[in-house]
Write a protein that binds this ligand. Structure first.
Ligand SMILES: C[S@@+](CC[C@H](N)C(=O)[O-])C[C@H]1O[C@@H](n2cnc3c(N)ncnc32)[C@H](O)[C@@H]1O
Length: 218
């Protein structure tokens, strides 16, 4: 892996800001949009679910809450953010295993998950890493399994494009540039997914967020 492609952008760019992530996301009403995101998967009991770039674990906890009989795992590259996730799961007495690793080298066997989720990860990744991450999601999904992505992508208007600018300043232009024109649908097609759908999009004070679903062919 090149040095460029392995650079980690923490949840709020600087590690010292990580403790502010949950309060900020609560203020941004993450529960509302993450619930909508989870609903698109129609989770079933006994399914195996991975949250890639799980951050502080909120989505993983919500996934387990939605379908308590599913096996939920979270993965993130940042050990500090994973400590927060683990603490939240322990405090709620919820059984989720968290793993440290890169989205581009998932430490799981092939074809073991029914669903892979990724929320607000892709705009942290270089183009090369976006593609490697999609390839890894494809590899770990069982045939017929689904990938669910929530992230900033093509802004709905000029004002939404302006609103996205602070995110670019915070998280860096290299990883966010392609999202200004929209990158995720095309990247999903290129990596062999099928039944690719945009399931939702909504405007926030920092840009347009899109939700996508895509399947690994049988
Ligand atoms: C903006 S946070 C999103 C956290 C959470 N998914 C959410 O929706 O609130 C992005 C997360 O991706 C993680 N991350 C960035 N690059 C990564 C990579 N290459 N592999 C795994 N995790 C990564 C960061 O450590 C951070 O926790």
């Amino acid at each position: 892996m090149t040095r460029k492609s392995s650079k980690l952008v923490p949840a709020l760019r600087f590690r010292c800001l990580t403790v502010l992530y949950d309060p900020l996301m609560k203020w941004a009403q993450e529960e509302t949009f993450k619930n909508r995101f989870i609903a698109q998967a129609e989770l079933l009991p006994e399914q195996r679910v991975l949250d890639v770039g799980c951050g502080t674990g909120t989505l993983a906890l919500m996934l387990k809450d939605t379908q308590p009989r599913a096996t939920v795992m979270g993965l993130d590259a940042d050990p500090e953010v994973l400590k927060l996730a683990q603490k939240k799961a322990q405090n709620s007495n919820i059984d989720i295993s968290f793993h440290q690793g890169l989205s581009s080298h998932l430490p799981f066997d092939a074809a073991v998950f029914d669903h892979v989720f990724s929320s607000l990860l892709f705009h942290h990744l270089t183009l090369e890493m976006k593609h490697k991450t999609l390839q890894e999601a494809f590899r770990v999904l069982a045939p017929g399994g689904s990938l669910h992505i929530l992230d900033f992508d093509k802004p709905q208007s000029f004002w939404m494009r302006l609103a996205f600018y602070p995110v670019q300043v915070l998280d860096g232009f290299e990883t966010t540039r392609n999202h200004v024109t929209g990158i995720l649908l095309e990247a999903l097609r290129e990596e062999g997914f099928e039944d690719i759908h945009e399931t939702n999009q909504f405007n926030t004070i920092v840009g347009t967020v899109h939700m996508y679903s895509a399947n690994k062919p049988y």
